[in-house]
Design a protein around this ligand. Structure first.
Ligand SMILES: [Zn+2]
Length: 428
């Protein structure tokens, strides 16, 4: 007995959606109804399909130094490592190299959807969109906006320049009509943006019905700076809300220290949170209480936050989410630890909901695009062992806790096989 699925073709370029889900023992009847040959059915053996992983927060431009530079707190870290690195993306050759590597690496690790920060440079941000499209990744791509930077003054924009370049970025990217790549309005965070710029960006997002991403309440030091910069605002959440930047297409990274009233604001506006536990621990920023966010009915997905987070793999984000939840339980034995099933959901469907892409991806529901990973738990060099008496659920748990890209044999986005990557994929 098993489950079988089939796909229906839609549009140009080709996109494949899930047409039906049925039991293998009904294959004869299903082949009649859906018009496929029984000989075309693929038998997976010990392999299984799972929904693709959704990274709701990743800085493609920081990928070059992933795994290093984790020795200082956020604001110092930005000034010392991040801004000088992002300045290099003026150079399209530099951008081409890093962006190609981050897209390939994340795809190989099962990230079928990525929500990217690029840099302040429009042309290299467009290049990131082009590369995601070329390799077949579903992506939201953001040209970063920042008109304030006292520490590294050569890495910032003028207020009007930032708005104008954002409009150019959006216009150019939409003109290219990529099937799965969309622009996302990206104020870096309130520390880096004037009120005027935030207003412009809120307006641009509203006028074009676009996604929005930024950071909120990652560290206490950052929150103090925001309070100084926006003394009239009730809270950090209200800084974004007053500038029309909290909508049902907004995703805010971190949110470690939101008050109940800010969580209510998120729920009422439909804004989502990206939980990035590796980064939160690596930069000693804080620990998000995911259970509390979910109790407030706020949408939540997981993110790697490369390079504050040192792993580009969403499997790591799953593990660090469980670790953080367990540390909260150590601190308070009454705390209800997240289960691996809950965290698996956050890394897939939760992420698609946080990015407002759940009508297209996040799980295997009829009518959604087929974004999937083919997992082989018994691949010869597998990092874990499977025993004959183990249930599928136990094997999935082993993969989530112990597996890696060796177990991810194939990756599909909208029904197209995007890994293993063999040179350049041509879409006609
Ligand atoms: Zn970030």
């Amino acid at each position: 007995m098993g489950i079988m699925a089939s796909f229906i073709y839609e549009g140009h370029p080709a996109k494949y959606m899930i047409a039906f889900i049925g039991r293998a023992k009904e294959v004869a009847k299903l082949s009649e109804t859906w018009g496929f040959r029984i000989s075309d059915v693929r038998h997976l053996g010990p392999r299984f399909f799972m929904p693709g992983l959704v990274d709701t927060h990743i800085h493609a431009s920081q990928y070059s130094y992933t795994g290093t530079a984790l020795d200082m707190p956020l604001l110092q870290w930005l000034n010392t490592y991040t801004f000088p690195t992002e300045f290099n993306y003026k150079d399209l050759d530099f951008a081409q190299d890093v962006y190609t590597k981050v897209v390939k690496r994340t795809l190989r690790n099962g990230t079928t959807t990525a929500c990217y920060f690029a840099t302040i440079y429009t042309d290299s941000s467009l290049l990131l969109g082009e590369i995601a499209d070329k390799y077949g990744q579903r992506a939201l791509v953001g040209k970063v906006c920042m008109d304030t930077n006292n520490a590294v003054p050569h890495y910032k924009e003028t207020t009007d320049g930032s708005s104008e370049e954002t409009k150019r970025f959006i216009g150019e990217l939409l003109k290219r009509k990529y099937a799965l790549v969309r622009p996302i309005v990206t104020p870096r965070f309130a520390v880096s943006c004037t009120s005027t710029l935030l207003s412009h960006l809120g307006e641009i997002a509203k006028n074009n019905d676009l996604h929005i991403q930024s950071h909120i309440s990652e560290t206490k030091e950052e929150m103090d700076v925001v309070r100084e910069l926006f003394p009239d605002m009730e809270s950090y959440g209200h800084v974004y809300h007053k500038h029309n930047l909290l909508t049902d297409k907004t995703v805010m990274a971190h949110a470690c220290y939101l008050s109940d009233s800010e969580l209510k604001l998120f729920r009422d506006t439909g804004a989502a949170i990206s939980h990035c536990p590796n980064s939160n621990i690596s930069l000693c920023s804080g620990m998000l209480d995911v259970r509390r966010v979910l109790k407030h009915n706020v949408k939540l997905g997981l993110g790697t936050d490369v390079a504050g987070g040192y792993s580009p793999s969403m499997l790591d984000a799953i593990r660090r989410t469980l670790d953080t939840s367990k540390v909260l339980t150590i601190q308070d034995p009454e705390y209800k630890t997240l289960t691996f099933e809950e965290v698996f959901r956050l890394a897939t469907l939760g992420g698609s909901q946080a990015l407002s892409l759940h009508d297209r991806t996040g799980n295997f529901q009829v009518g959604k695009d087929f974004d999937a990973l083919l997992i082989n738990p018994v691949v010869p060099d597998s990092p874990f062992d499977v025993f004959p008496y183990e249930s599928t659920k136990a094997i999935l748990e082993k993969f989530l806790n112990l597996g890696d890209d060796r177990n991810i044999e194939e990756v599909y986005v909208a029904g197209r096989k995007v890994t293993p990557i063999s040179g350049v994929r041509v879409v006609t």
